[in-house]
Design a protein around this ligand. Structure first.
Ligand code: BG6
Length: 364
């Protein structure tokens, strides 16, 4: 209940399968393998004119924005990237008429994101919002958008809102893709993948007891790495963000590909690494990196898929169900929430209200 330590975050984690259903409801077109997003307020001509997608958000919304940029590039083949809104608004950004700007925010009140939206609109750009709170300042400031229907999120660390943001990006990327070169077969493949997600999220959440044991061990470390590459890198960033926000441990995300260019120097038996290793074209390279860590005595937790062969790497293995490869990041994010949550409760911390942080930062 509310009184229990971390009651909100725990309840919000468990609400994720239902929240995923809500954001998808009524928006999937199985017949044409596409998504319907009436709130975007863009016609087919305007949609096809988009040459670039720029995503802006803060904190977890920024990291899920990076996942969203990958989705847009993969499904719609439109160049896309994400940037912290808190940086963007201070660098007198060039605003392009054929760029679609996307503001991502749970609260819809984050001042940096709001001021970024206002700056873009002042300079003549088009912005859509992926926002949870209906009628919030960011939602009102945008040209259109996708409401996330996550329901109220109270804990500072975002869980279900983040999951609905990922799905919002999946819908957007699907629709943009289908107005371009994404085949109807691929559209249908993704829709089936999206429809399977609520039950798969539920399945991941069922491994909470196993994850709690792993978390208790991670909680002992003063410093940890979270690593992933390409699709897995924003997952690692979000995992490190959650962990540091609520455990106060130093958690740093790195690209697995950059391991030899820095972090390997710090690997030792007291510095664990949480590695994201999906069953994709980079799995072999990722497993090679795990060997490098293992050889230096670094404890490993590996979030992966059942078919991935980790060889003789010594690790705690966490398997998540296979999805369509483009959708893998969200299922890999869920165990990282659970790890952070249980590490923080092991340490006796106030999970819902971590020190020094506010749920939304509305003043400069
Ligand atoms: C930060 C919170 O202050 O704001 C993060 O600590 C959150 O958890 C970020 O992701 C952005 O908030 P919002 O409401 O814009 O999604």
């Amino acid at each position: 209940g509310d009184g229990a330590e971390g009651g909100h975050m725990h309840r919000e984690m468990l609400d994720q399968p239902a929240a995923a259903e809500r954001v998808l409801r009524g928006r999937l077109d199985e017949r044409f393998g596409t998504a319907h997003l009436g709130g975007l307020n863009m016609d087919a001509r305007e949609t096809r004119a988009i040459r670039r997608v720029k995503i802006l958000g803060c904190g977890s919304a920024y990291y899920v924005g990076q996942m969203g940029a990958s989705l847009v590039e993969e499904l719609a083949r439109i160049p896309a990237d994400a940037e912290a809104a808190s940086e963007f608004r201070y660098r007198d950004p060039v605003i392009e008429p054929d760029t679609l700007y996307v503001a991502v925010s749970q609260s819809g009140e984050t001042i940096d994101t709001l001021l970024a939206v206002e700056e873009i609109r002042r300079k003549g750009g088009r912005v859509i919002g992926l926002v949870n709170v209906v009628g919030s300042a960011i939602a009102r400031a945008c040209d259109g958008g996708i409401y996330l229907h996550a329901g109220p999120e109270v804990a500072v660390a975002s869980t279900k809102a983040l999951t609905t943001m990922f799905l919002g990006f999946s819908l957007l990327a699907l629709q943009l893709g289908r107005t371009r070169d994404l085949s109807i077969a691929d559209g249908k493949r993704l829709i089936a993948g999206l429809q399977a997600l609520p039950a798969q999220i539920e399945e991941v959440l069922k491994s909470e007891d196993q994850l709690a044991l792993v978390a208790a061990r991670l909680a002992e470390a003063e410093s940890l790495f979270f690593i992933g590459r390409v699709r897995g890198f924003p997952v690692a960033r979000e995992g490190a963000q959650k962990f540091k926000e609520i455990t106060y441990r130093h958690a740093e995300a790195y690209q697995t590909s950059e391991l030899k260019h820095g972090p390997l120097a710090l690997i030792s038996p007291v510095v664990p690494t949480v590695a994201i290793v999906p069953d994709d074209e980079l799995a072999d390279r990722n497993v090679a990196a795990l060997h490098e860590i293992s050889a230096r005595g670094g404890p490993l937790v590996v979030v992966t898929h059942p078919d991935v062969d980790l060889g003789d790497v010594r690790c705690e293995r966490i398997d998540v169900p296979r999805s369509e490869r483009e959708l893998d990041p969200i299922l890999m994010t869920i165990p990282l929430q659970v790890l952070a949550f249980h590490a923080a409760t092991t340490l006796g911390l106030d999970v819902d209200k971590p020190r020094n942080l506010a749920k939304s930062v509305t003043v400069e």
